[in-house]
Ligand binder design. Structure first.
Ligand code: ZN
Length: 224
């Protein structure tokens, strides 16, 4: 994949944040690691979603410093860059303040696994990360310390919002969409009464099946 293609993908993926109602104004951003290079592509700061294009995505090094162009990168660039430095398997990072997930973050409560779809995507609870002020590496450290060794690709940073990771930027965007969907349903279930947690053995079975069997495969496989 060329840097140009990656710029187009990252610009286009921002459209998914608005399509799924995950962002207000310009708050929310997607980045991608440039494969095989110590570089990342990220949204410019403060540019309307309608005006995002391959040309105004910002190419940065993995310290978050722009390496070309005049635009400033997203104010969350330091957090994204920290994740890429600390987690070499991560190819994409997304940040939103999506409403329901951020309501859980505001209470500092992880989302228990009440739903099979959550077991599939997140392998259990969606965890809460520490409170951290923007600027410096504190947010990045909180993301990495919470998600390292955790099945969930999403963390609810306390009093702030959602960060998701994935092998690609598209996978990280999917995790952000699914995190908000799970947070909304869990909130409604909690409002109606006491939801029933799924047993750990069942969570494990669901996660294993979804991660290893579900979806389109080159050879015949079970599907649903
Ligand atoms: Zn934020």
């Amino acid at each position: 994949m060329t840097e140009r293609e990656l710029r187009e993908i990252v610009a286009r993926l921002h459209g998914e944040l608005t399509r799924y109602g995950l962002v207000a104004w310009t708050a929310g951003n997607v980045s991608a690691r440039v494969p095989g290079r110590d570089l990342m592509v990220i949204k410019p700061s403060g540019v309307d979603y309608d005006d995002l294009s391959a040309d105004n995505m910002v190419l940065c090094d993995l310290d978050g410093v722009p390496v070309e162009g005049d635009l400033s990168p997203s104010s969350d660039t330091a957090a994204h860059a920290y994740v890429y430095r600390a987690m070499p398997e991560v190819g994409g990072v997304v940040h939103t303040h999506s409403t329901y997930a951020t309501a859980w973050a505001a209470r500092g409560e992880s989302i228990p696994c009440y739903l099979t779809a959550q077991a599939d995507e997140f392998g259990g609870e969606i965890p809460v990360g520490p409170f951290a002020l923007i600027g410096g590496d504190d947010i990045g450290k909180g993301i990495v310390s919470t998600l390292t060794g955790h099945r969930s690709p999403a963390v609810l940073m306390r009093n702030h919002g959602v960060f998701t990771i994935g092998p690609t930027a598209r996978a990280a965007v999917k995790a952000a969409v699914m995190c908000e969907d799970v947070a909304r349903t869990a909130h409604l279930a909690r409002a109606l009464g006491q939801p029933i947690p799924i047993a750990q053995a069942d969570i494990d079975a669901l996660y294993d099946r979804y991660q290893n069997v579900y979806g389109q495969r080159p050879s015949p496989a079970p599907s649903s």
